[in-house]
Structure formats: C-alpha cells, structure tokens
Design a protein around this ligand. Structure first.
Ligand code: CA
Length: 221
C-alpha cells in the first residue's frame, strides 16, 4: 500500500515515514502543500496522511483541491490543535479521518487499515478469496489456514490484487503501489514478483496475466 505523507516537521515526518516503512508501507514524504497537490495529479496513492499546518498551501487547501478535482483518495489529517473547529473543518473539506498530535504510530497504522477497509467495504482486516486469506493487520497470507511467508513487496502486490478480485489491475498501479520515488526499480521487477507469487499460491487461486495491461486474480474453477 502506497502512502503519501505530507508533513513539514522534519523530525515527526522522518519518524512517521520510517515507522510506516517498517510496517510494510511504501511511503513518499513531502513537506509542503503545493508539492502534494502536484504529486497527486499524476501519481496514484492509496491513502494520504496530511498535516494541516503546511507551508505554501495549507492541508485544508490541499484537501479542497483534491476533492474539487475528483481525487477521492482517502485522507487522514494530522492536527496539532485539538480543537473541534479544526477537526470539523477537515472533515467538512473531505477528510476521512483525523489524528491529533502527538499520537502513537500504532494508532496511525490502525487508522490506515480502517480507512482501507472502508474503501473495500470489508468489516475486518482479512481479505479472503477461495482458500487464500490475507490478513492486512499482521501482513500474513494463509492458504487453507496455513501461513505462506511473503516478502514485503509480494504482500503489497497480493493486497492490491485481492482488493480488486475479478478486475484487471494495471501494471502501472501495481508498480506504484510497491515502489516509492527513491526506489530503484528493475524493468521486469513486477514480473519477477508475480512469478514468485504464482509459485506460492499454486492453484488455490488464479493469477492471470492480461498481456499489455496487467494482472487479474480470480477464484479457481
Ligand atoms: Ca505542520
């Protein structure tokens, strides 16, 4: 899952970015509102974690811009001031959730999972298709209830595909969900991960290639 973090506080931003990466998220970190607006124009993010007090464009302005331009990426706002007005303004501008500073990383991770579940309209942290179960809280995959270890990127790919069962997920979206800006990406990296995933899932579900477009997960017949 790829997160855009917009936070101008160096220490806090660095802490959140590092913590989220340790929790298997792909994180891109920006430090002002204007860059955030520019980034969301061309890039796909699964969730945006947005500070409200930002240079160049405030968090509320960024949020309004996103919603006006029909960018519906879930947004969790970070507010320093625990005032009702602040939170109401954020939620009214289209935020999906908020966290008041200071907060624990664990709570942010839980909010991120909750946000993702609402997007997928699932009721808990598990996604199940056929006999494959993905637990998005513990980052584990089970096949017939037996744990099948996945690398961080394999897990992210599987997550993205299982969120869209029966739908083609483009190579581009998959690539953006597992690689951030600073990452070194091999041109055939996705193919390699998919190849490894296929070996791990065997014939419990089908992971098909749609040539020139992307990949699709379907239940085995
Ligand atoms: Ca700030």
């Amino acid at each position: 899952m790829r997160i855009l973090l917009v936070e101008d506080d160096q220490l806090l931003g660095d802490g959140i970015a590092t913590g989220l990466k340790e929790n298997n998220y792909t994180v891109d970190w920006l430090q002002d509102g204007l860059s955030a607006v520019k980034a969301t124009k061309h890039e796909h993010f699964d969730i945006i974690v947005l500070d409200l007090g930002l240079p160049k464009k405030s968090g509320i302005e960024v949020l309004k811009h996103l919603r006006q331009n029909k960018i519906n990426t879930p947004v969790i706002i970070l507010t320093a001031k625990d005032t009702i007005e602040d939170r109401v303004a954020g939620l009214d501008a289209g935020a999906d959730d908020y966290l008041t500073k200071p907060f624990e990383l664990q709570e942010l991770c839980a909010r991120l999972r909750a946000c993702q579940r609402r997007v997928n309209s699932s009721i808990n942290s598990e996604i199940m298709i056929g006999n494959v179960k993905l637990d998005t809280a513990s980052h584990k995959m089970y096949i017939n209830e037996i744990n099948m270890p996945l690398s961080r990127r394999e897990f992210s790919l599987m997550h993205k595909l299982l969120e869209n069962p029966g739908k083609v997920v483009s190579r581009d979206i998959l690539s953006q969900s597992i690689y951030g800006w600073g990452d070194d990406v091999d041109s055939n990296a996705i193919e390699v991960h998919i190849h490894n995933l296929r070996k791990k899932i065997g014939n419990s579900i089908m992971l098909r290639t749609i040539r020139g477009v992307g990949y699709i997960i379907e239940e085995s017949e």
